[in-house]
Design a protein around this ligand. Structure first.
Ligand SMILES: [Zn+2]
Length: 190
């Protein structure tokens, strides 16, 4: 079977590193794959709750909507994709301690499954959103949203989206530095 995988461009790594605190070299080894190539089916991931991704180790499996190969120059899709990635890379950070080999990825899946089951008994249908490790991963997405809202809005016409598409690293780094300066001392809104 043909293998398709995608690596984050440099501007994406700079942005995700800034909002998640994950080192760029870890982000550099992450691959994003179309779900067609995924052997794992996870029925507990509801698309309505911002699903669309499933992270196993350093591999993020995505639904066709978020297939990086088909994003083209569509800013709406890039924005949704970036928000999803800001969440999924949080799982990569969680998976890091299990290791990224075959065995480590299996251990991470077992760990995640166990966490979902525990959360299911506590939270029922909200198991996905309320599982502590999901809340942890989602902090990256919330942070990205906060940064964008602080500088014009979480909108597809935000310049950050254009810099992601164009891989404009200097522009992204300037924006990251100035946002960091103005936001670092503030508390998240929620
Ligand atoms: Zn998640």
């Amino acid at each position: 079977m043909e293998r398709k995988e995608h690596r984050f461009n440099e501007a994406t790594r700079a942005l995700l590193a800034a909002v998640t605190g994950i080192p760029e070299d870890l982000l550099g080894r992450v691959s994003v794959r179309h779900r067609r190539y995924n052997w794992l089916h996870a029925p507990w991931y509801p698309a309505s709750e911002g699903g669309g991704g499933l992270t196993v180790g350093d591999r993020i499996h995505v639904t066709p909507t978020h297939d990086p190969a088909t994003l083209g120059n569509d800013p709406e899709r890039w924005l949704r994709w970036a928000l999803l990635m800001a969440h999924e890379v949080g799982h990569v950070r969680q998976a890091q301690r299990f290791g990224f080999g075959t065995w480590g990825r299996s251990l991470f899946v077992l760990w995640a499954t166990k966490n979902y089951i525990v959360s299911f008994f506590r939270n029922g249908r909200a198991a996905h959103a309320k599982a502590p490790f999901e809340v942890d991963a989602d902090s990256g997405r919330k942070e990205l949203r906060r940064w964008l809202e602080f500088s014009g809005g979480c909108r597809a016409d935000h310049p950050v989206v254009a810099w992601l598409i164009a891989n404009d690293v200097p522009a992204m780094e300037r924006w990251v530095a100035s946002s960091h300066a103005s936001l670092a001392s503030r508390k998240p809104a929620d």
